[in-house]
Design a protein around this ligand. Structure first.
Ligand SMILES: Nc1nc2c(ncn2[C@@H]2O[C@H](COP(=O)(O)OP(=O)(O)OP(=O)(O)O)[C@@H](O)[C@H]2O)c(=O)[nH]1
Ligand SMILES: [Mg+2]
Length: 459
């Protein structure tokens, strides 16, 4: 953290402005050297947080590099917690590169991915789960994904974790006192009290874990694959959900040859939708490859829309596909209900036992609505529907919560068996540590590096 770092903070390409961000002890000196204000102010550059108009000038050659606005912000009340300077250049590749090179020539070093946010974390301005929320916020593809990231950035998850940890810490203090000074005149902790404290932690951790499935889907998007034999209306459904004619639709079976992926938002939830080639026996080389891809997308999907043409009788092709689907991940969509129906609902239920079945007609303008509603209810299933609850969106957090739940569970069993306090204390401590890793207390450098490697440059 001794280096002063610099990077372009805006996306690569053309735009109104592009911003160079500098952070570290040398930020003020570097800005002073490369920036010439157009107007003399009494306080000069030292005037904190004042946006100044002027030019970036190479002091050696006296060449003007760009016409800019610049600001200096004294730490610690900055994004990184350090002294920060920002230069608003013209948003082109060349002015930004030239200005950045000059900044490097005057002593800054290139920032690594996420290094500004990493410094904010290391300087204690935000905790690790808040830092992770920053990148989720940037990558959010739909409104709800953004909302949960914003909640996390503002510390909603951190506070919940701290509350559980505080409860465990109370337990640890009581346990330690009773272990270390068993003969002293102090209040003796009862197994009942330990049990109660652990139970409370277990419930809170369980609530967070229960939200993680929904949380992940909201944050990363739910992967939905439309599967079925040829000509059942898969591409028609894709187009209806996207509200544009993205995929080719014809009455010729085998129209779609390759998988098509598009992202859309249903009520603020990102959905990554894949239309696939109809699965059937074929000798066509291209179609065969397409069908392989269809099968592959079954594996990676969170939800499979298995489409069946209601106007035709179930056949071997439908049965073959059904055999390869997991019922819990499958939603059977019987399409073409506007035509005379030849399928038998009971047959279909037998086809994929336990899978939910809906009926629709894409000949109808609102045909996709029932599909949208069902996808939504899948995402928002369970107890996580209340807007107020904290959602766990991150796989790292989920894994640590599971570890903590395991330790608390073990401690509960030991308490139940009235095992020695020393042994119980080990598990309670372990749970406390696992939860601490979520907010970045007691985490190793490798984990920190991994978290920030997901970031973009300049953030
Ligand atoms: N009557 C009626 N026709 C439909 C309905 N949905 C789709 N179709 C028609 O069915 C035919 C096949 O539709 P597609 O969407 O291309 O079917 P697909 O499943 O993508 O077919 P492949 O790409 O060949 O696997 C087209 O002529 C559609 O217009 C529906 O609900 N009712
Ligand atoms: Mg198609």
């Amino acid at each position: 953290m001794e280096d002063t770092i610099a990077a372009i903070a805006t996306p690569y390409g053309e735009g109104g402005i592009g911003i160079i961000r500098i952070s570290g002890e040398e930020a003020e000196r570097i800005l002073d050297e490369v920036f010439v204000p157009a107007f003399n102010t009494d306080d000069g550059l030292k005037e904190n947080r004042k946006l100044m108009y002027g030019h970036i000038v190479d002091p050696e050659s006296e060449n003007t590099i760009d016409e800019v606005l610049a600001v200096f912000m004294k730490g610690p009340h900055t994004y990184t917690g350090e002294d920060v300077a920002e230069i608003d250049c013209h948003g082109g590749i060349v002015p930004l590169r030239k200005a950045l090179e000059l900044v490097y020539a005057h002593g800054a070093v290139p920032a690594e991915r996420g290094e500004f946010t990493k410094r904010a974390f290391l300087n204690g301005r935000i905790d690790l789960s808040q830092a992770e929320a920053v990148i989720d916020l940037i990558k959010a593809r739909a409104d709800k994904s953004f909302d949960v990231a914003m909640d996390q950035l503002q510390g909603k998850l951190s506070r919940e974790i701290q509350k559980i940890r505080a409860g465990l810490m109370d337990l640890l203090v009581d346990l330690t006192v009773n272990i270390d000074y068993p003969d002293e005149d102090i209040e003796v902790i009862t197994y009942e009290a330990i049990y109660e404290g652990l139970r409370r932690a277990q419930l809170s951790i369980g609530r967070l874990l229960a939200s993680s499935n929904t949380g992940r889907l909201i944050s990363e998007g739910i992967k939905v694959a439309i599967i079925g034999k040829p000509n059942v209306g898969k591409s028609s459904l894709m187009n209806a959900l996207l509200k544009e004619s993205r995929a080719i639709v014809t009455d010729i079976p085998g129209t779609t040859r390759d998988t098509i992926e598009e992202t859309l938002s249903i009520d603020g939830i990102p959905v990554i939708l894949t239309d696939t080639a109809g699965i059937r026996e074929t000798s066509d080389k291209i179609e065969t490859i397409g069908i392989e891809r269809s099968k592959a997308s079954v594996g990676s999907a969170d939800l499979i829309l298995f489409m069946i043409d209601g106007s035709r009788e179930l056949d071997e092709e439908d049965r073959f596909i059904a055999k390869h689907l997991e019922p819990v991940k499958t939603l059977i969509v019987i399409n073409k209900t506007d035509l005379e129906q030849k399928v038998d609902l009971d047959d279909i239920r037998r086809l994929a036992d336990g899978a939910e079945v809906i009926e629709t007609s894409l000949a109808d303008d609102n045909g996709a609505e029932i599909v949208e509603k069902t996808i939504l209810s899948r995402v928002m299933s369970g107890e996580t529907q209340q807007g107020e609850s904290v959602l766990v969106t991150n796989a790292r957090h989920e894994a640590l919560l599971k570890e903590a739940a395991q330790s608390v569970g073990d401690a509960l069993v030991l308490t139940d068996h009235k095992e020695p306090l020393e042994i119980i204390e080990i598990d309670v401590n372990q749970a406390y540590e696992s939860l601490g890793e979520i907010i970045g207390e007691s985490v190793g450098d490798d984990i920190i590096d991994e978290v920030f490697s997901r970031f973009c440059l300049g953030k």
